[in-house]
Design a protein around this ligand. Structure first.
Ligand code: TXA
Ligand code: MG
Length: 353
């Protein structure tokens, strides 16, 4: 790919930033690529209705071309233009959880190019709540295709530095709005099927959606992956979020988990390997070997979601050989945390009794 200059502009909350937003909008309207923050992770934006622009995203990320993009909008009028119908249940979910960390799959309208949907007749749509994201989307014409702004296969970026690490020289601009709040990608709900189905867990949980529309199912490849069934969200089949190290999750009674991680970390360290340990505020002081990182507190699992991808990147930077991680509850945002952690571990989890 041809090397280009990447402009990096930091948004200052205390100042008028219309120049930066204006520049981002201009680049998007001209068919360029702009990375920007959302409340979940940083996105790599392009004009979703311009097939050539959308295609540049695949080249910049090294993303397989059958992996469709999410179109980001800021209002319901925009939704009507890009989908062929809005099911009643989707309206209810949108009323409650948009704008926010939720993506819904609809049947697409004719104006959405197949270059954006990876050849599918359906389209993923998200309405983010992040102020900078909304300003960039509107400035760019209102329909912005944006996957996570990482190189394909690396953990999603939770701060502008992560984007710069992966994409400098490959995209036109990075709008730096500081670290994101949530840290894992949006929930994906397919509303073209009945009952609606979750294709990727996120901060908006199954229970939260069932409160509004009744039964919601979960793509069964998310619960128990097997080689014969292909996930319904094409992106979920790739070994995403993968750190370079060999990651093992240890679950069981906390005392035993700490003891077992200590045993393995010491064994690998003694053998000359670099070892990383993922602990929590409740346990970090009990770990004795390796590079021990605190991912957050079990008292508030949103802290764990916020730190997950950043910690995996830090271990990459430190060229760690083995990582041992504690396991987490799957209630609330925990199902998103465990989904990403299990993928990072290639589903290598061991249970102690
Ligand atoms: O939080 C997020 O959703 C972030 C921010 C930037 O908005 N975006 C994001 O995009 O995570 P990406 O491209 O990294 O993940 C999109 C996922 C992929 O797994 C893709 O296969 C799936 O959504 N997807 C997109 N369109 C789809 C469709 N029509 N049917 C099924 N799955 C779809
Ligand atoms: Mg992604």
């Amino acid at each position: 790919m041809r090397h280009m200059e990447t402009i990096i502009k930091k948004i200052d909350k205390n100042h008028e930033n219309t120049d930066i937003i204006g520049e981002a909008g201009r680049i998007l309207k001209e068919g360029g690529l702009v990375a920007f923050p959302t409340e979940t992770v940083y996105g790599l934006g392009a004009d979703a209705l311009n097939e050539d622009a959308a295609k540049k995203i695949y080249a910049a990320k090294g993303r397989p071309s059958d992996n469709p993009l999410i179109i980001h909008i800021t209002n319901m009028k925009a939704l009507e233009k890009i989908v062929s119908e809005i099911p009643e249940k989707a309206k209810k979910v949108a009323e409650k959880y948009w704008p926010g960390p939720l993506t819904m799959i609809f049947n697409k309208s004719d104006i959405v190019p197949y270059g954006t949907t990876g050849g599918l007749d359906t389209v993923a749509v998200r309405m983010p709540v992040h102020e900078i994201a909304r300003e960039v989307i509107d400035a760019g014409g209102g329909y912005i295709a944006a996957p996570s702004a990482n190189t394909s296969g690396r953990p999603s970026p939770t701060k502008a530095e992560h984007v710069a690490e992966d994409l400098t020289g490959r995209i036109d601009m990075i709008v730096d709005g500081g670290p994101v709040q949530i840290g894992v990608e949006s929930t994906i709900l397919d509303v073209t099927v009945e009952p609606p189905m979750i294709l990727r867990p996120g901060a908006i949980t199954k229970e939260m959606m069932e409160d509004v529309i009744g039964e919601v199912t979960v793509d069964k490849t998310l619960i128990k992956p097997d080689s014969k069934t292909v996930p319904k969200a094409p992106g979920m089949k790739y070994r995403h979020y993968a750190p370079k190290a060999d990651l093992t999750i240890i679950e069981g009674p906390m005392e035993k988990v700490v003891e077992e991680i200590n045993r393995r970390a010491k064994e690998k360290t003694d053998a000359g390997y670099k070892v990383g340990v993922i602990g929590t505020e409740e346990t970090v002081d009990s770990y004795l070997s390796g590079d021990v990182k605190c991912i957050g507190t079990r008292a508030d699992e949103t802290t764990i979601a916020a730190n997950l991808f950043g910690i995996l990147r830090e271990f990459d930077d430190d060229a760690v050989d083995f990582i041992y991680s504690e396991s987490f509850d799957t209630a609330g945002i925990g199902s998103a945390i465990m989904n990403r952690l299990l993928k990072a571990a290639g589903h290598h989890i061991e249970t102690l009794v």
